[in-house]
Design a protein around this ligand. Structure first.
Ligand code: AMP
Length: 542
C-alpha cells in the first residue's frame, strides 16, 4: 500500500524560493573581484536568479544543457548556480587552478555550451576557448564599466545579459533525479572524472549537513565558506545555508589570512569551512597580529587531514570548535564530521583529542564499510583497516561519460582511502590507495608527473611520492634514475616539468637514485618508496 503524501520532487529551485519567502531580509555579502563589498538579500538574489534563468532561456539553453563556471565564491556565481539548476540545466563548476590543457579537456568533455568567468579568469579562458569548438559564448561576470577588451569571439557582459530580463520565472517542476550540477575530480587516476549531482541528492545532502552534529546551520548563523564553489559546490554549504536562511559571506578572490580575518570580523561570521592550508594562513595572521575572532563558533577543517595541533590551538587559544570533516567529490561531498558523543565530554583532554583528531562519524544517509585485502568486511573495532567503501543517496553511482569505472561495485563506492572505524562509529583515515598527492587541498597526479619526467632525455625511470609539508600538507618529491650515459640535472628536470604542468604541480625536489624497488609485475613499488621516505624533510624546510 502506498502512502498518501504529496509527491513533490526535491528541487534546487525550492531552496531559493523558500529563502526568498521566509528569510527575505537575510543577507548575502560578497567581496567582489572588482574590489568593493557587495551586499543584498535572499529576496534580491531570487529575483536575479530568475533573471538569469530568463537570460539563459534567451540564449537557447534547454534543460540538460551544461553551463560552465570559472569563478570565485560570490553573489553572481550564486545566481548562476540557482538560475541554471533551477531551469533544469546543469551547472558545471571548474577549478581554475588546473592547467589550461585540463580546462580544455573538461569543457569539451562536459560539452559546456556557455561558460561564466570572473574577471580574474578572462586570460585563462581566452587561452582555452580556441580549443573548445562546442563553446558558444563566454559571459564575463562583471558590469559594463569593468568589462575589459577581449580576444574572445563571443563575449557577453554579465550585467548586460541580465539587464531588462524579467524578474519572474516560473521554476519548472520535473523529476528530482534530474542532474543539477557537475563537478570533475582528479582524485582518481587517469583523466578527471565527472560527478553529476541530482536535485534530490543536493537537497538530501543539504538537510543532512545542516544537522547540529554536522555543520549545525540555521538562520542564527553567519556562514563563510572559504572552500571554493568549484570544490564540490563549496561542500554544499551555499545550498544548505539557503535552506536554513543563514546569512552568507562570500570571500571572492582574497583567501589570505588577513583578508579572511577582516571579512570574518566585519561580518560577525559564526561558522566557516576550509582546508588546513587556509586555516594555517588565517591562524598565522591572527597569531602574529594578536587578532581574535570572537563571533566565530565552529570551523570545519577538511579536504585533507586536520592536524591535531590545529584543532587544539583553535579550541584552547581561540575558543573555536574545530570540527574535522571528511568527504569526497563523489559524495556531494560530506561523508563524516567529528563531534564528541555525550559520554566522551568528561574524558581527559588527551582522550577527547584522540577522538577529535579522527575524521568523524557519518550522518544518517552515509553507510561505511571497511573492505580488507581479501575482499571481506572488516570489524568496526578501531584497528582493522582496509579500503573505505561508502553508499548513500548522495554518493555517485557512476561517473559522467565513464559508467564502467571500477570504483563502483556491488552497490558500494570504493573511496581509495584506507581507514579504520571504531566501535563508536568514528572513522579514521590511515593511508591512501590512490596514487595521488593532495597539496593545499588540491590533487596532483603522480602518474602524470612521472610520465612527463620520463620523457626527459636524461631520465630512465621516475616515481613521484608525497612528503609531509607544514603548510601544504603534502608536496611532491620526484625520484629519478639516470638514462644510460646521462646525468639528470635537478634544475633542468624541474624546468622541463614546469613547461608542461601547472606551477604548483612542479615537485619541490628531485633525487637521483641508483634503482627503484620493483614488484612482481615490473612496477615501481610506490608503497616501499613511501615508507623509505616517510620521514623525509624537503631541503627548503631544513
Ligand atoms: P576531493 O574529491 O577532492 O574532495 O578529495 C577527496 C579525498 O580527499 C578523500 O578521498 C581523501 O583522500 C581526502 N580527504 C578529504 N578529507 C580528508 C580528511 N579530513 N583527512 C584525510 N584525507 C581527506
Amino acid at each position: 500500500m502506498l502512502g498518501l503524501m504529496m509527491e513533490m520532487p526535491l528541487l534546487v529551485s525550492s531552496l531559493i524560493r523558500h529563502a526568498a519567502a521566509n528569510h527575505a531580509e537575510a543577507e548575502i555579502v560578497s567581496r567582489t573581484v572588482e574590489g568593493p563589498i557587495h551586499r543584498y538579500t535572499y529576496a534580491d538574489a531570487h529575483l536575479r536568479a530568475q533573471q538569469m534563468a530568463n537570460a539563459l532561456t534567451g540564449l537557447g539553453i534547454k534543460p540538460g544543457d551544461r553551463i560552465g563556471t570559472i569563478a570565485w565564491n560570490g553573489y553572481r556565481h550564486y545566481e548562476v548556480w540557482f538560475g541554471t539548476s533551477g531551469m533544469g540545466a546543469v551547472c558545471h563548476t571548474m577549478n581554475p587552478r588546473l592547467h589550461p590543457d585540463q580546462m580544455a579537456y573538461l569543457l569539451n568533455h562536459a560539452e559546456d555550451r556557455y561558460v561564466f568567468v570572473d574577471l580574474t579568469f578572462l586570460p585563462l579562458i581566452e587561452q582555452v576557448a580556441p580549443h573548445v569548438p562546442g563553446l558558444e559564448g563566454v559571459v564575463v561576470m562583471t558590469d559594463r564599466a569593468h568589462m575589459p577588451d577581449t580576444t574572445l569571439a563571443n563575449a557577453f557582459c554579465y550585467e548586460e545579459l541580465l539587464d531588462g530580463q524579467s524578474e519572474s520565472f516560473d521554476w519548472p517542476v520535473f523529476d528530482e533525479n534530474t542532474a543539477s550540477s557537475l563537478c570533475y575530480t582528479s582524485g582518481t587516476t587517469g583523466h578527471p572524472k565527472g560527478v553529476l549531482y541530482s536535485h534530490r541528492a543536493t537537497i538530501l545532502h543539504s538537510y543532512a549537513i545542516a544537522m547540529p552534529s554536522m555543520l549545525c546551520l540555521s538562520d542564527a548563523e553567519t556562514v563563510l565558506p572559504v572552500v571554493p564553489m568549484f570544490h564540490v559546490n563549496a561542500w554544499g554549504i551555499p545550498y544548505a545555508a539557503t535552506m536554513t536562511g543563514a546569512k552568507q559571506v562570500m570571500p571572492g578572490p582574497r583567501l589570505d589570512g588577513e583578508s579572511l580575518w577582516a571579512l570574518m570580523d566585519a561580518e560577525g561570521v559564526t561558522f566557516s569551512a576550509g582546508v588546513p592550508t587556509i586555516w594555517h594562513g588565517l591562524l598565522g595572521y591572527m597569531g602574529e597580529n594578536n587578532k581574535r575572532l570572537d563571533t566565530m563558533q565552529r570551523m570545519i577543517v577538511g579536504g585533507s587531514a586536520a592536524p591535531r595541533s590545529m584543532i587544539e590551538l583553535l579550541a584552547n587559544e581561540y575558543g573555536i570548535e574545530a570540527r574535522h570533516g571528511w568527504g569526497m567529490t563523489e559524495m556531494s561531498p560530506v561523508g563524516a564530521v567529528n563531534t564528541l558523543k555525550p559520554h566522551m565530554r568528561d574524558w581527559p583532554a588527551d582522550d577527547r583529542m584522540n577522538v577529535l583528531a579522527k575524521q568523524g562519524r557519518p550522518p544518517f544517509g552515509v553507510e561505511m564499510m571497511i573492505e580488507g585485502d581479501d575482499g571481506t568486511a572488516q570489524p568496526h573495532d578501531g584497528t582493522a583497516h582496509g579500503e573505505l567503501k561508502v553508499r548513500g543517496p548522495w554518493v555517485c553511482r557512476a561517473y559522467f561519460g565513464d559508467e564502467d569505472s571500477g570504483a563502483h561495485r556491488d552497490g558500494w563506492f570504493g573511496t581509495g582511502d584506507v581507514a579504520t572505524v571504531d566501535a563508536d562509529g568514528y572513522m579514521q583515515i590511515v593511508d591512501r590507495k590512490k596514487d595521488m598527492i593532495k597539496s593545499g587541498g588540491e590533487w596532483i597526479s603522480s602518474i602524470d608527473l612521472e610520465d612527463f619526467a620520463m620523457s626527459h632525455p636524461d631520465v630512465a625511470q621516475a616515481a613521484v611520492i608525497g612528503v609531509a609539508h607544514p603548510k601544504w600538507d603534502e608536496r611532491p618529491l620526484l625520484l629519478v634514475t639516470a638514462a644510460a650515459g646521462r646525468t639528470p640535472d635537478r634544475e633542468d628536470v624541474l624546468e622541463f616539468l614546469a613547461a608542461k604542468v601547472a606551477k604548483w604541480w612542479v615537485p619541490d625536489h628531485v633525487l637521483v637514485v641508483d634503482a627503484f624497488p620493483i614488484g612482481g609485475t615490473g612496477k615501481v613499488l610506490k608503497t616501499e618508496l613511501r615508507e623509505t621516505y616517510s620521514g623525509y624533510t624537503l631541503p627548503e624546510l631544513r
